[in-house]
Design a protein around this ligand. Structure first.
Ligand code: FAD
Length: 306
């Protein structure tokens, strides 16, 4: 039953008509729990509240899988505006983005052009831009773009690697020459068993493996998970190996395990919360429902409230 629900929400996450409708009606169906707001000002307020509690952030202007050059340019402008807003508000936040929002599906050249426009501004502010990893079809090209931009922009840019893919341990080995700042996650998309571990136990095992591998390589890891067992494993591992707190951070999503976020920050770990905002919330929200079908209860409750 759980896997049926998961697959249904992952299927729905790519429904373009539903996405268009959702944009028109603002944050609905309990999405407010996971999305900081439609306007940048709402997101900055949410970040300031986190910062006051000793938690840093990464801000994401929602959007993905766009198909026209105009939309890609508009999304690029939003990313740049977000960087300006972070700087002028004094908020402690990085930027996260999805390259399909910047035209990756139109052409690699267009996407690279937009990435450079964003990275120029980020560099000027000494800020950091993380490329979120999308589905398997875009995995190889995302890594190639990262490699090129890492050469051009150094530590301004980071990438995400997903533990559910068989190839990820090899990718981390190959990327180690760049000394990359990687966010390590389990993986949020629906992938075939030909490319991804179908069983949760195997994903969890590989997640621990790639976290250890990346940390032992001496590189910076952003460990993005709500999974208590993984977090405990990391705490033990770094203690045993003498890895300093400055070499890694924990990350969680806005609105999920808020108490655990605070506890990790209070324990002296860098805790970064991924704060999404904007009107393109539908696909992101569906993936959050897929991760935890219990969240559907929030949707049902919000339907009865409205
Ligand atoms: P799970 O085993 O899924 O969950 C462990 C426990 O965490 C659950 O039992 C539950 O208690 C809690 N939990 C997990 N999800 C939810 C939820 N939605 N609502 C409420 N409780 C929940 N994936 C990508 O593919 N590409 C990315 O670029 C990417 N970036 C991410 C950035 C951040 C900061 C985070 C935290 C996740 C990101 N993800 C990304 C998503 C990730 O791949 C997982 O889908 C997601 O984090 C759920 O896996 P988990 O590690 O939390 O463990």
């Amino acid at each position: 039953m759980e896997s049926l629900l998961r697959n249904t929400f992952l299927f729905l996450s790519k429904n373009r008509a539903a996405n268009r409708t959702a944009k028109k009606y603002g944050l609905r169906f309990g999405a407010k729990r996971f999305v900081a707001g439609v306007q940048i000002s709402e997101a900055v307020t949410a970040i300031r509240e986190l910062n006051a509690k000793g938690i840093v952030a990464t801000l994401d202007h929602l959007g993905e899988f766009i198909t026209t050059a105009e939309e890609a340019r508009e999304a690029t402008d939003y990313c740049i505006r977000t960087l300006h807003e972070i700087a002028s508000s004094g908020a402690n936040s990085h930027l996260s983005l999805k390259m399909t929002q910047l035209g990756l599906d139109i052409s690699v050249e267009l996407c690279m052009k937009h990435m450079r426009m964003i990275l120029d501004v980020a560099k000027q502010y000494n800020n950091f831009v993380r490329i979120d990893m999308e589905d398997y079809a875009r995995n190889r090209v995302s890594i190639e773009i990262f490699e090129q931009l890492r050469k051009e922009y150094g530590e301004t840019i980071g990438l995400v690697i997903q533990a559910y893919l068989y190839k990820s341990a090899d990718d981390i080995s190959a990327l180690a020459v760049y000394r990359p700042n990687l966010r390590l996650v389990k993986g949020a998309y629906k992938e075939s068993h030909e490319v991804a571990f179908p069983r949760k136990e195997d994903v969890d095992r590989n997640f621990k493996r790639i976290i250890e591998q990346h940390l032992l390589d001496g590189n910076y890891a952003a460990i993005a998970t709500h999974d208590e067992a993984i977090i405990e494993h990391v705490k033990q591992f770094v203690k045993e190996k003498g890895i300093p707190k400055s070499q890694f951070e924990f990350q969680m999503l806005y609105g999920i395990r808020v108490q655990a976020q605070q506890q990790l920050a209070d324990e002296g770990y860098t805790m970064r919360v991924y704060v999404p905002y904007g009107d393109d919330w539908y696909g992101y929200f569906m993936r959050r429902l897929a991760e935890r079908p219990a969240n559907v209860l929030f949707v049902l409750k919000s339907l009865f409230k409205s």
